[in-house]
Design a protein around this ligand. Structure first.
Ligand code: NAP
Length: 180
């Protein structure tokens, strides 16, 4: 069954990028590509990708090729330019509508909410976020793009160390599950 997962790396103090949208603090960390909760294992189970405009723009600035073969939706109110040969759909439609399209396209695989944090929060607000996987880097920034600026209850399902990172997997609890 399709799960909607926010898989992300964060600082210890809950930021996913610095105030200039830099990920230098993240890229310099040691990680085992075959280790616990690694990206390759995760992306193999993903059938559709969702992200906000700032995340898309970061990818365009830093990656020579579009990294995803999956259909990808980019939330924006602007007229952004796509990538030749890539299935990228720019949208400002309600998250519930886009989510339904993404689930259908994923065809039983998972839907990945890449970020940012508020977009993941919009899916949580709509009751559509099932799981959060966070790899915490050993760094604090004091300010930046927030991990998940919402008040949510989560259930910790798994923890592991991957080199410099502490990785944690959480279920997002529906309102009715809280306190159980
Ligand atoms: N550490 C990690 O693992 C990780 C993961 C993902 C991202 N990042 C980084 O974190 C930063 C995230 O930036 P961010 O917090 O600004 O978030 P973002 O979600 O990437 O971008 C925010 C923008 O997305 C658009 N947007 C969001 N919700 C929308 C909606 N419902 N409808 C239409 N458009 C919508 C708006 O763009 P418009 O201005 O076009 O309206 C908004 O300004 C980036 O630097 C990214 O590279 C890090």
């Amino acid at each position: 069954m399709t799960r909607t997962i926010y898989y992300v790396a964060s600082t210890l103090d809950g930021f996913i990028a610095d105030q200039q949208h830099s990920l230098d603090w993240l890229i310099k960390q040691d990680i085992d590509q075959h280790g616990a909760m690694n990206y390759n294992e995760f992306i193999a189970g993903v059938g559709a990708v969702l992200m906000g405009a700032a995340t898309y723009e970061w990818l365009r600035r830093h990656q020579t090729e579009w990294p995803y073969t999956q259909p990808s939706w980019v939330f924006t109110h602007r007229d952004l330019t796509g990538v030749d040969g890539a299935d990228i759909r720019f949208t400002s439609a309600p998250v519930v509508e886009v989510h339904a399209e993404a689930v259908e396209a994923a065809n039983g695989q998972d839907v990945w909410v890449v970020g940012g944090g508020d977009l993941a929060g919009q899916f949580a607000d709509a009751g559509l976020l099932d799981e959060i996987v966070v790899s915490y880097a050993p760094v604090t920034l004091g300010a930046g793009a927030p991990l998940l600026p919402r008040r949510l209850d989560l259930r910790l399902r798994e923890t592991a160390r991957n080199e410099a990172f502490v990785a944690a997997r959480y279920d997002v609890l529906a309102t009715g599950d809280r306190g159980r």
